[in-house]
Design a protein around this ligand. Sequence first.
Ligand code: ADP
Ligand code: MG
Length: 384
Amino acid sequence: RGRLQYSLIHSAGSESGKKMSNIAVCARFRPLSTKERRDDGDSICIQCLDSDTFTFKDEKEGNSTFTFDRVFYENSEQAQVYDFLALPIVQDAVKYTNGTIITYGQTGAGKTYSMEGPGILESDDQKKGLLPRVVDGIFECIKSSKNANKYSVKLSMVEIYMERVRDLFDLAKDNIQIMENKSQGILLNGITEVSIKDPGEALQSLASGVANRAVGETQMNITSSRSHCVYIFTLQQELKKDNRSRTSKLVLVDLAGSEKVEKSGAEGRVLEEAKSINKSLSALGNVINALTSGSSVKANHIPYRDSKLTRILQDALGGNSRTALLCCCSPCPSNAPESLSTLRFGARASHIKASPRVKCNEDKSAKKHGTPPSPDKDESCERI
Ligand code: ADP
Ligand code: MG
């Protein structure tokens, strides 16, 4: 494999990038952990070139250069991630554009830290994650809108484990069915929707959902790294004219760990979990690829139905929507294979519509054979 540069053009507004502008893909490298420093020393496998490009060094595969819409290095601040990735989506959600913000990566890569922060109720402003910032952002945007008093905000939280959807506000609802309705789109049948009036209420609800998640997982003897957590904000505005309302959904997803399970070693539930995670992450990759590939893909050919995750995200990912994908990675060389797989997932998710330019000399063969790599030959999406 030569050195590929996936050159992505985050081209809001440009003709060729019309669809492309609906998805922003960023990479984030967390600091080395104490354990990584102890076991592997201080070396890291990335070399920053600028705010959107870095070289990734892998012992086996050599060097690859990746370009994303933005790269957040080890010393990046939570606020920077929010401002670049989430704020535009929050602003648009208040103007009736559905939005999705997804954290992807192996277990321990920083997905939950990015999403929730050290805790939902974290008081240190610097450390606050995307969720509390999104909550603040929603209410600020509503406040500064013309029809501030016409808005209502509702929150639901579900966990998807082994293709079963559980209501995190009511653990008794442990097998929520997904329905589709012409006027309202995707519905989670019987799900708890908490009305929230201010950021404080939202944070309390989110914290109770997170606590319930831990309780449920202890009962089932599983860990959160094996399930997807989905936070759904529904924004509704009453319209004066004819008693109708307008609704948008803003969905945040903290995905299950994307790491591969050793095929030979896994058995029983571990293997079943791995298959189920693999299925939903492949489905997510395929849906994003179908959406970003633009040209001839009709809505009914986008494979939302291939997993519960993509089904739930159907309206938030397709059509009138914006998506941000944060690819979380460890910078430690011992995690390089998983990081590379995460980065490739991100690159595929965004490069297709943007027609990647292969810049490095070593990649002449790839150019000749018409790279970019096909989404169908996606290593991290291979089924086990
Ligand atoms: P994941 O959810 O992907 O499994 P976590 O978000 O739980 O991973 O992160 C693993 C560990 O790394 C946690 O202890 C977390 O606090 C820490 N961590 C992750 N990202 C950062 C960061 N950007 N800055 C500081 N610590 C981080
Ligand atoms: Mg996590």
